[in-house]
Design a protein around this ligand. Structure first.
Ligand code: GDP
Ligand code: CO
Length: 403
């Protein structure tokens, strides 16, 4: 891959947010000695280097009731060296969708000799593992893992750690283009290759999202939600550095990857807020802006966020109303309820939501549910208890949960 070096970054305490990086070539060819120049404006990363990182990466694919053809297309796009972890929350009644998914994915794994795990979000072994490891918040009233993509992502991250992977990335299962999926994973690898730190995150900004406007294709760049979210996050960063900034371009980035160590050490928001909260929480935790008490050792390591602009258009399944207002409210809520949010920005958020008719007179923006970081639970106990859910020894082919 040939990729632009980041031109700027914002530094807050231990956290560095790098500016958006453009991709110039999806494949820059094999290893050659002159490839390594760190100071170059555009850097070539040899294919072998990407494969080395992919070997250490798990890709979590969250599924809820997607068409099998779409899921299969996504699997086709994931580079072979990656371990695939499908976390599905598809219904088992009246038709057992989980069974159909396992069957389709087993076939796929047989043909490709790919390493794929399939785990159901409601697997009782996994729920018991969470309970015994002392991580009860993620369980609902029925004592199973709650519904939601964020909950599936948390499960997937733990399985990635159990399987000894160093990085974990996420790709939605409703993507129409295997080529886009393939590109995202390569970009994750490129980001980790450039910023090799134990605490590293890569976020994708889609170059475009095709839409039909007046009977022809229009390639839109920013949706309403990402525009709004990025603007508020930039206001937050700017407030604390004292300089206006446009550094954040990926406030809503569903496509992202992070080192497993980082995944274990951050808190998670639920619902539409999960990706935006990454920024808010990392600023809180690593930005050196709050009195922490016992969290001060977080300041000794460097935490890096890279943002990469993908080239493939992004097209996923359209599921009716996109609930743009709910998305915006959830994202802004994470900023609004942060201890880092200045009063002036709170007012702006209130005004924005009132303007959208989302908040009525006297109404308050509800806080999102927050899960505390996974490093508070007993991981060894979790791994021990969750093992039957995911049959771990299979080196190729499917490992299937028994829910
Ligand atoms: P959007 O792309 O933000 O409009 O949201 P989607 O409905 O496409 O969901 C994003 C991804 O998460 C898709 O791959 C869904 O199949 C998946 N997903 C949604 N809800 C759940 C859930 O409760 N559990 C899991 N594991 N995945 C989910
Ligand atoms: Co989608």
């Amino acid at each position: 891959m040939r990729i632009e070096s980041p031109r700027e970054f914002e530094r807050l305490g231990a956290l560095r947010i790098y500016g958006l990086q453009k991709v110039y070539e999806l494949d820059a060819g094999p290893e050659t000695p002159e490839n390594s120049g760190n100071a170059d404006v555009v850097r070539a990363i040899p294919t072998e280097a990407l494969h080395r990182i992919e070997n250490e990466m798990a890709i979590v694919v969250p599924v809820r009731n997607e068409r099998l053809k779409l899921i299969e297309g996504v699997l086709v796009g994931i580079p072979h060296p990656c371990l695939v972890i499908v976390v599905t929350n598809s219904p088992r009644e009246p038709i057992d969708k989980f069974y159909l998914e396992q069957e389709a994915i087993s076939n796929f794994a047989r043909f490709t000799q790919k390493k794929i795990m399939v785990v159901h979000q409601k697997d009782p072994h996994v729920a018991a593992a969470f309970a015994e490891a002392g991580y009860l918040d993620i369980l609902g009233p029925d004592e199973l893992v709650r519904n939601g993509k964020a909950e599936g992502m948390i499960m997937g991250s733990l399985l990635a750690k159990m399987m000894g992977r160093k990085y974990v990335g996420f790709v939605d299962s409703d993507n129409y283009f295997p080529g886009a999926v393939n590109e995202y994973v390569k970009e994750y690898a490129a980001g980790f290759h450039i910023n090799d730190s134990d605490f590293s995150m890569v976020r994708i900004s889609w170059h475009s999202k095709p839409k039909v406007v007046e009977n022809s294709l229009y390639f839109a760049k920013w949706g309403r939600s990402s525009r709004q979210t990025n603007q508020v996050l930039n206001r937050l960063v700017g407030h604390h550095t004292g300089f206006e900034t446009e550094i954040v371009k990926t406030g809503n980035a569903g496509e992202h990857a992070l080192s497993v160590d980082l995944a274990m050490s951050i808190d998670y928001a639920t619902g539409y807020a999960v990706e935006t909260f990454h920024y808010v929480h990392m600023l809180e935790k690593f930005g050196g802006l709050l009195e922490h008490g016992d969290d001060t050792d977080d300041m000794h390591r460097l935490v890096k966020i890279s943002q990469i602009e993908s080239r493939n258009p992004h097209l996923h399944e359209v599921k009716g109303d996109e609930h743009v207002d709910d998305m915006i409210a959830a994202s802004l809520s994470t900023v609004y309820h942060s201890r880092l949010c200045p009063e002036s920005l709170r007012q702006e958020i209130e005004e924005e939501l009132a303007r959208r008719d989302y908040l009525k007179e006297g109404e308050q923006l509800a806080p999102m549910r927050i899960y505390k970081s996974l490093d508070r639970m007993n991981f060894d106990v979790f791994a021990d208890r969750a093992a039957p859910a995911a049959i771990l020894e299979a080196r190729t082919g499917v490992t299937v949960s028994q829910a």
